[in-house]
Structures are given as structure tokens and as C-alpha cells.
Design a protein around this ligand. Structure first.
Ligand code: ZN
Length: 294
């Protein structure tokens, strides 16, 4: 059974501390994955502040957010502009690419995308993608082959803009199978490889799931005959939950699972579905996220 391993990197701390931890683990276990980097300003603190609503506070408490992310992430960007992640961690991104992992763009400004996407005009979206792609190309020597929309937020406008870039695929939503997105009745050419499994912050503390039984729960969700795509965060599984994630990887491998970069699935799955991408509220998550329609 193959499991697509997608590593989202949202912040400077995640890049600086989480990515090297994960790269060492993946090297030890002979695994290659897909890293989606955020390379522009780290304004994630601003995002967390904006969300200081009761339901969000409850989630922060449930997930023990300060332990999970660190106070520096929570406050980053709340005072003055955040640091440019790509500039501050060029070497780490380059080493990740040299280690043979697939490199994708997560965001130029993760916070701006997440907070303002619905208000963004096409030229703003294009500008965000252009800056992120150029930055990764300058660092690694080649453009990223894929993108993953921050916070699983995309819309028809972003899909149309992405179609103008040279990308093998995108991973912008949750879903069940690889598919071509339908926008205004037209089938776009870049396939979507959706995330099929829930993330740590969505399920920890829900349905009696604790750090003790988290791995077994996740393993129980794997489907040998279907697409399995796992999304982890450099800030979470790469730092605060590193030991637990290491156990997850080793247990899954011992049971015959093979972790692969998402792009590998494009070779395996000859039949690709067509589907619309719709907005849905998702358990354990604030606001809407993009999902493959059934
Ligand atoms: Zn993210």
C-alpha cells in the first residue's frame, strides 16, 4: 500500500527546526515525500490573532496550541512585518531538494491567502503564485512542480490562474481520488491530488483520540485499495509531535506501507476522475475548506 506524504511548511520556525528533523527521519527510513514550502513573509501570528474567537480559542486549548506551535509562531507578524522565510532558510530548502524530495509551493504569504482569498482578484493571486514560484526557483535552481493551497482554500479563480503556470499537479483540497477539476463546465489540465486523511489538529482531543491512540486511529483509516494521502505539518509532526510521528512511520512501514511523493501517483493511477471543487465546513476546522465533490 502506498501513502502519499505531503509536508506543509507554514512558518519560519517550521522551516528552520521542523524540516531538518523530518528530513533526517525520512532519510533514515529511506522515504521521499513532497514538501510544500511557504517562502514569503511569516505573518502567521497575525492569522492566529484574527481568529481569536471562542470556537478558535477552544481549539487552541484542545490542541494545546502553544505547546504545538510555540509562542513565537503564535505572535510572529503581529508586530511589524514578518521575516521572509525563503531568505532566512535558503540552505534548508536547498538541502531538502538535494535530498531528492519533491518540492512544491505552499504559499508566498500563507496568512494573506488564508484570510483574503475570496477578496483576491486574479492579478493578486497570480502575483502571490509568481513570487512564490520565483523564490523557490531561485533557491533550488528549478521551478516547483506542484502547489498546495494554504489551509485547503481555493476557488475557481485560483484554479484558472494556476492553469497558466507550468505545474504537474496541485493539491488544493480534501477528497477521495485524483481528479481533473471542472471550472465553468471546462475540464482543467492540471490534476488535483487531494488529501484523503485528517490532520492532527482536526482530530486530537475529539472522539476520545489522544496522543496514545492517535497513531492506531490514523492507521485504521488507511485503505489499501484506494488513494491514501497524508498531510503533516513541519510545525507539528516535525517538532512537537515528532516522536509520535516517527512511531507512526515505523509502524506503517512494518505493516507494509510505502511512503511516496504525491507526484508518484500520477504514474500509478491511469484513470483520473473529473469533479468540481466545492466549499465545505469540515469537522475540527475553522470556516470552509475546499473539497472534491462526490
Ligand atoms: Zn499551511
Amino acid at each position: 500500500m502506498k501513502i502519499g506524504l505531503r509536508i506543509d511548511v507554514d512558518t519560519l520556525r517550521g522551516t528552520r527546526d521542523g524540516v531538518p528533523n523530518l528530513c533526517r527521519l525520512l532519510a533514515r527510513q529511506s522515504i521521499k515525500g513532497t514538501f510544500f514550502f511557504s517562502v514569503g513573509p511569516d505573518n502567521m501570528g497575525r492569522h492566529l490573532f484574527r481568529l481569536l474567537r471562542p470556537s478558535f480559542l477552544k481549539k487552541m486549548f484542545r490542541t494545546k496550541a502553544a505547546n504545538l506551535y510555540g509562542w513565537d509562531i503564535i505572535f510572529k507578524g503581529t508586530l511589524g512585518p514578518g521575516p521572509i522565510i525563503g531568505k532566512k532558510s535558503e540552505n534548508i530548502i536547498k538541502e531538502t531538494a538535494c535530498a531528492g524530495h519533491e518540492i512544491g509551493l505552499h504559499a508566498w504569504d500563507h496568512h494573506a491567502w488564508q484570510a483574503n482569498l475570496d477578496k483576491m482578484e486574479e492579478n493578486t493571486i497570480e502575483n502571490q503564485l509568481q513570487k512564490g514560484i520565483k523564490s523557490l526557483e531561485d533557491i533550488t535552481g528549478y521551478p516547483p512542480v506542484c502547489t498546495a493551497a494554504p489551509a485547503w482554500k481555493c476557488n475557481d479563480r485560483t484554479l484558472n490562474v494556476k492553469a497558466g503556470f507550468c505545474l504537474k499537479y496541485n493539491s488544493d483540497c480534501r477528497g477521495q481520488s485524483i481528479f481533473y477539476p471542472i471550472v465553468n463546465g471546462q475540464r482543467l489540465v492540471q490534476p488535483q491530488i487531494p488529501v484523503t486523511l485528517p490532520t492532527y489538529d482536526e482530530i486530537i482531543g475529539q472522539k476520545n483520540i489522544t496522543k496514545k491512540n492517535y497513531n492506531e486511529y490514523m492507521l485504521s483509516l488507511l485503505k489499501p485499495d484506494r488513494l491514501n494521502v497524508l498531510a503533516i505539518h513541519a510545525e507539528v509532526e516535525g517538532i512537537a509531535c515528532f516522536d509520535m510521528f516517527e512511531k507512526f512511520i515505523k509502524t506503517a512501514q512494518a505493516r507494509g506501507a510505502d511512503f511516496v511523493p504525491l507526484g508518484n501517483f500520477l504514474i500509478d493511477f491511469a484513470i483520473i476522475d473529473c469533479a468540481k471543487i466545492i466549499k465545505k465546513n469540515f469537522p475540527g476546522r475553522e470556516g470552509w475548506i475546499s473539497c472534491q465533490s462526490k
